[in-house]
Write a protein that binds this ligand. Structure first.
Ligand code: AMP
Ligand code: MG
Length: 486
């Protein structure tokens, strides 16, 4: 375990040069204080958890101090926002401080979000508010615990620096970690600004550092694009299976690694609703829950367009064609497991679709449905969940078919409960839970954020005394308006 001053840096992205990023120093926020830190994220860079309690920890991650070996930079990128192309975005309020190498030789980007203005801030103040920093922190760590690949969060540091949004709020900084901060939008930027040499450097950077297995393929760039398609298919399958809504799937928010990235107005479904829109600013529902699948495909097409100087169009199209079938297979596999199946039958897809259709008009809590279904032997469980459905006749027919399907499982009910509980979380990051923790934190009480983070680290395990975190949301908690302005 290391102290903060023992970290080793190897800033590979910075070496790409000034066409890719601009050196900018963080602008500190006043009276820094630790809101919350993630021990498991600290472990990724071998950082001793005790370091989080030292004053220097809060000072570093509030922009007051910096390692000598760090090379803080704002990256330039562009992207399609809500379907329209924005030619120049970039890190407007975040800095890549540097890349830390851990003892296993893995590199982790340290990215400080809310670090002040940069050449890419446009009209923005370069700040992040406490509210959105806490939300990103909790979601990063909760997604990870659910087995959904995501950027990680090391800590949130609060401050007394005022920030103006709809009202006066306080500035915070979030230390985000990922193995790369390269987005689809990076490739779009160099493509649309016609900088082929820089684009070549970028594609080789990503290939050698992040897709080394593809480097030996006959067509390395194509192999890499295929791998990106595969990872995205797997990621979106997990989002859909667990009811995660990203909220702003612009191409500048899509990671080249296929991890959940740059989420602001995200939500997990409470009651199942295929048309749920979590982002209050998303008037047309472009990024609604069920649209995430076609939008991910659309985003991959935008990336493919940017790669046309390097890969044949026909080959790109063929690779894009892999997305939907791969997504479907992964999604079906997850949903089968959520229903307690260990085998695959052709009719499973229909059984799942029928279930979701029946859930739609009722007030069926998407997370608790699966948890309760696994809690008891099949017929008792079905009785238990039945009341939340509106079309009871439809549900009863489904229940008969589900029960029959369960009896065709080899070993029948053996280990069913453990098996289902291992994939069906009891605790998820509901918007109202985050909201309660944020309101306490805004009053200076960070205990609720820390407690919620603790609970969400082990979402599949029953945690005695934590029953309140597994309850359905109160009515107010289902209608929180979360927008992009953060
Ligand atoms: P986001 O919606 O957070 O993905 O941000 C979209 C773009 O706006 C990115 O280029 C951000 O860096 C930039 N941005 C968002 N908020 C701010 C802010 N408060 N100050 C400066 N730039 C910002
Ligand atoms: Mg963004």
């Amino acid at each position: 375990m290391k102290a903060l001053d023992e970290l080793t840096f190897d800033n590979r992205f910075a070496l790409l040069g000034d066409a890719f990023s601009t050196q900018v120093l963080p602008e500190p926020i006043a009276e820094p204080r630790l809101v919350v830190a993630s021990e498991s994220a600290m472990a990724l860079i071998d950082l001793d958890p005790a370091e989080a309690q030292t004053p220097i920890f809060a000072e570093i991650f509030a922009g007051h101090k910096l390692w000598q070996e760090a090379d803080p930079r704002a990256m330039v990128y562009s992207g399609h926002q809500f379907g329209g192309y924005s030619p120049r975005l970039g890190d407007g309020r975040g800095l890549l401080l540097g890349e830390v190498v851990n003892d296993a030789g893995e590199h982790w980007d340290l990215h400080l979000k809310g670090a002040g203005q940069t050449p890419y801030s446009r009209m923005g103040d370069g700040r992040a508010v406490l509210r959105s920093s806490i939300r990103e922190f909790l979601a990063s760590e909760a997604l990870q615990a659910l087995g959904i690949p995501s950027s990680r969060a090391l800590c949130v540091i609060g401050s007394s620096t005022p920030v103006w949004r709809e009202k006066r709020e306080s500035a915070a900084m979030l230390l985000r970690m990922a193995q790369s901060h390269v987005r689809f939008g990076h490739f779009e930027y160099f493509y649309y600004t016609r900088q082929p040499e820089q684009q070549q450097l970028l594609i080789d950077h990503v290939l050698t550092l992040h897709y080394p297995d593809c480097a030996d393929a006959e067509q390395p760039y194509l192999a890499m694009f295929r791998a990106i398609v595969e990872r995205n298919a797997e990621l979106i399958a997990r989002w859909q299976a667990y009811g995660f809504c990203h909220g702003v799937m612009n191409t500048d928010n899509m990671s080249i690694l296929g991890i959940t990235f740059d989420f602001g107005p995200f939500a997990f479904l409470d009651d199942f609703d295929a048309h749920f829109i979590c982002n209050h600013s998303d008037d047309s529902g472009r990024y609604s829950y069920s649209n995430q699948v076609p939008i991910a495909h659309w985003n991959l097409s935008a990336l493919a367009q940017a790669l046309t100087p390097f890969i044949e169009v026909e080959a790109l199209k063929e690779a894009l064609g892999l997305f939907l079938p791969l997504y479907e297979a992964q999604y079906l596999d997850l949903m089968r497991r959520r229903l307690g199946f260990t085998t695959a039958e052709t009719d499973d897809k229909q059984l799942i679709e029928r279930l979701l259709k029946l859930m739609q008009p009722g007030a069926v809590d998407y997370t608790l449905f699966f948890r309760r279904l696994g809690d008891q032997p099949v017929s008792e469980a079905l009785n238990l969940v039945r009341d939340d459905f509106v079309d009871l006749a439809g549900f009863d027919q489904w229940a008969l078919d589900y029960q029959a399907r369960c009896t065709r499982e080899p070993g029948n009910a053996d280990g069913r409960r453990e098996r289902m509980h291992a994939v069906n979380p009891l605790y998820i990051l509901r918007n109202y839970l985050a909201q309660r923790a944020i309101e306490a934190a805004e009053r200076g009480d960070y205990s609720e954020v820390r407690q919620l983070h603790e609970v969400l680290r082990r979402p599949f395990e029953e945690q005695p005394g934590m029953e309140a975190y597994a309850e359905r949301p109160p009515e107010w908690g289902k209608h929180l308006e979360i927008s992009c302005s953060s």
